[in-house]
Ligand binder design. Sequence first.
Ligand SMILES: C[S@@+](CC[C@H](N)C(=O)[O-])C[C@H]1O[C@@H](n2cnc3c(N)ncnc32)[C@H](O)[C@@H]1O
Length: 235
Amino acid sequence: MSRRKKLSIDQLDPVLVPELIRGTAPPAIDWATMFGNAHPVEVEIGFGKGLFLHTASGRNPERNYFGVEIVRKYQLVAATRLIQAGRTNVRVACADGKIVLNEQILAGTVDDAHVYFPDPWWKKRHKKRTLFTPDFAESLARILKPGGILHIATDVLEYFALMQATLAVLPAFDPMPPWLEKEPEHTLDYLTHFERKFRMEGRPIGRATYRRTTSPWESPEGAKVIEMPDDPDID
Ligand SMILES: C[S@@+](CC[C@H](N)C(=O)[O-])C[C@H]1O[C@@H](n2cnc3c(N)ncnc32)[C@H](O)[C@@H]1O
């Protein structure tokens, strides 16, 4: 990938979402105010260097994209490519996606949600950082409109099975046929950077799509007991 010119925070400002202030109740997001229009909204959690947001926002100028990434450096990398590409329909936040989904996004306001290649956090002491928990799945169900679509992908097949099992107990989600992998037409013609890396390595990738039903988002009582296995080789 070509080396990019560093832009100042002022130059990146049009796509940056202000940081959450610790200890204060974060304000709920009003999409129409954020984007200046009432177009459909897609949300990506853990966007890394932002390839999906860059490609999708260019392909679909009539849709808005909101990304949340916990690492500030990646937020700035993604913001730089979005500004350099002249995108006006994307905003990127540096925050914990769990908090943003739980506390800042209003119920039933999102058309599509994307979670691609979340970190598996094999080590026992890092387990609490796992993104795709039952609570997270319920948050996704809460923010999506009925008929909205959830897209997930990972190269960690144990994690894929866990995500599918987590979603299977929620009446809020109906499984749909997964989207098909297509041959790339250029070096960045991949879903995300991690997809690119793993496909080039020939690794199998789990992908799934779910449609949001009209059911409430909560799981049935007692269904929240699905755990990621420990990797025996990692402490
Ligand atoms: C393995 S990378 C995948 C990045 C990108 N989705 C891709 O496929 O190229 C996982 C990303 O999720 C981010 N992440 C992890 N936990 C997060 C959280 N709680 N909220 C937002 N982002 C998170 C990480 O910083 C990292 O950039």
